[in-house]
Design a protein around this ligand. Structure first.
Ligand code: G4P
Length: 545
């Protein structure tokens, strides 16, 4: 019996590909996701995937933002079948103010597809997101989109990717012409040419086998000028770029690059085919005591995202759980390790195509949505009884800091509860300073302050205001030298607060102050993320509070 479970389990694991899709806003992430689903047969027509974009104009309109975020619940995880594979695509908000959401989503994936706009090249968000991928050694496939537009020279784009994203690249396909003169892409591995036919729907089957670049048919199809250019380009590619080494890709050192046009379904199939072939299936994951293998028979998983339900009549939230091992089953009791509590889920959902569906079971690599009335915070682990904490759901230094002020003294309890729950959901980070229980809220974007103010009032009846604080970064401090830690806390107390786990955090007003403080306190280590925290961000390591 046990053997039987294991065999099925293995199969369910190796067929899974769980990948995040990231880009700077407008590069074409939503369009590409939709086309991937279209190729997988999960949706019938283009246009069925709602745009998960938080529009720039929404800054002053909170309800609009929430509406857009509401749409993003349904589309933030999309499962579909392609060939023998079960693919889970985790969408990420491109908007800068939700970068933390994206960082956390990246902890739940096994690989990433990065979309680049061929006109704009590497943009600000691309850089930030790739830093996180590099830190985690996440395998990355790059899709250079919008080749139907007059973009940059493809060799320049590859150089820019290598320089700016600090990753080696190798082209898998190569564009012939560009913009109005775009002819198609040449598959460097299969040595065939896919001719470009602009199409908003339908699947292109227009692949021409050419055998070699000297094939007469090639000249006929793309003309002398393009044939010559392609021949020269391919020669250069062969002399400069190594062929794809799947191991280097899987270790996060080498990114295969595809060219195409998502809007025109172009180059998407090739991307998908290579993706299922080389992207890793769920791998073992670290906990505070041991590595957990996906094929283990007992279930375990962690919460990487919590989304507040928008319906004011139903206070529950959806916690997104990434399954790491075993089989998840509806109605079975699981163990919430932080709360030391058994929990059962009667309505777990999976996200197939662009719809939420009740699910009876799920496997490693899958994401299930669990309805929650306030038990979960980001980073929580569920098991079948073992005392495990999954690692590596870090907090990053916020970039905007404000002091939270209570506007209604009769509602201070509600404010306290509200701000704790909202920060458990990951809306922002909360730091507390003593004496006086001063609350400092840190975020990466302005939008979060609007969200907090609105939700505190509407969900908890607490009104608040914010006073801007002129800080540049928050650095978590650790040290083996207790006396040194006590000293900095005494001397710099005005700029030190504690995160929710009691870890001391130094607020630096400028890069220069951070540097001089580091030099003055060599025994203290300053960290810009909680990645140093070996157990879990939910666990209190060496509290000085
Ligand atoms: P995002 O999720 O990364 O933010 O980008 P999204 O897919 O929403 O695409 C941004 C814009 O780029 C959209 O146009 C989309 O149609 C367009 N686009 C995507 N892929 C291609 C492509 O291959 N070629 C060209 N020329 N355009 C592409 P929009 O006008 O902002 O929105 P819409 O009105 O078309 O929805």
């Amino acid at each position: 019996m046990a053997q039987g479970i294991k065999m099925k389990n293995n199969n369910e694991i190796t067929k899974r590909r769980t990948s995040g899709i990231i880009s700077h806003p407008d590069a074409g992430k939503t369009t590409l996701t939709e086309k991937l689903l279209l190729f997988g047969g999960a949706i019938q027509t283009a246009g069925a995937v709602k745009n998960n974009k938080i529009k720039k104009t929404a800054t002053s309109d909170f309800m609009e933002i929430e509406k857009q975020r509401g749409i993003s619940v349904a589309t933030s995880v999309m499962g579909f079948e392609y060939a023998d594979y079960t693919i889970n695509i985790l969408d990420t908000p491109g908007h800068k103010d939700f970068t933390e959401d994206t960082y956390r989503t990246l902890t739940a994936v096994d690989s990433v597809i990065l979309v680049i706009d061929c006109v704009k090249g590497v943009e600000e968000q691309t850089r930030r997101l790739m830093e996180v991928c590099r830190m985690r050694h996440t395998p990355v496939i790059i899709f250079i989109n919008k080749m139907d537009r007059e973009g940059r020279n493809p060799f320049d784009l590859l150089d820019e990717l290598e320089e700016e994203l600090k990753i080696n690249v190798t082209p898998m396909s190569w564009p012939v012409g560009m913009g109005p003169a775009f002819q198609g892409v040449f598959n460097l591995e299969k040595q065939n040419l896919q001719l470009f036919r602009p199409a908003k729907t339908g699947l292109p089957e227009d692949v021409v086998e050419i055998g070699s670049l000297k094939d007469e048919n090639l000249r006929e199809m793309i003309g002398d000028r393009h044939t010559l250019q392609l021949t020269e380009d391919v020669e250069l590619i062969n002399s400069v770029y190594e062929p794809l080494n799947p191991e280097l890709y899987q270790d996060g050192y080498l990114a295969p690059v595809f060219f195409g046009s998502a809007l025109n379904n172009f180059g998407v199939r090739e991307l998908l085919e290579t993706f299922v072939k080389i992207a890793p299936s769920p791998a073992p994951r670290k906990t505070q005591i041991r590595e957990v293998k996906p094929a283990e028979s007992t279930f375990s998983g962690f919460i990487f995202k919590i989304h507040a339900n928008l319906d004011p009549n139903h206070r529950n939230r959806i916690a997104f759980c990434r399954i790491c091992s075993g089989k998840f089953e509806r109605n079975k009791f699981y163990y919430h390790t932080r709360l030391n509590k058994k929990m059962r889920f009667t309505n777990p959902t999976r996200f197939m195509a662009n719809q939420k569906q009740k699910t009876e079971e799920a496997w490693p690599g899958d994401v299930v949505g669990l309805y929650d009335s306030g038990n979960f915070k980001i980073g929580d682990t569920l098991t079948e009884g073992e005392e495990l904490y999954y690692q590596g759901i870090p907090n990053f230094s916020p970039e905007i800091f404000r002091e939270l002020e209570n506007k209604d003294p009769f509602k201070s309890k509600q404010l306290e509860k509200g701000i704790r729950q909202l920060t458990d959901e990951g809306v922002a980070q909360l730091f507390t300073q003593q004496p006086g229980n001063r609350k400092i809220i840190g975020t990466v974007g302005e939008l979060q302050f609007e969200v907090i103010q609105f939700r505190l009032l509407n969900e908890y009846g607490a009104s608040c205001s914010f006073t801007p604080l002129n800080y540049y970064k928050a650095c978590w401090m650790t040290s083996n030298n207790e006396a040194a830690m006590k000293k900095i806390i005494r001397v710099k107390g005005r700029h030190i607060a504690y995160d929710k786990s009691g870890q001391p955090v130094f607020f630096a007003e400028s890069p220069w102050i951070l540097q001089t403080t580091k030099e003055s306190y060599p025994e203290i280590e300053f960290h810009l993320s909680t990645e140093f925290n070996v157990k879990s961000n939910t666990t209190n390591i060496g509290s000085y509070a």
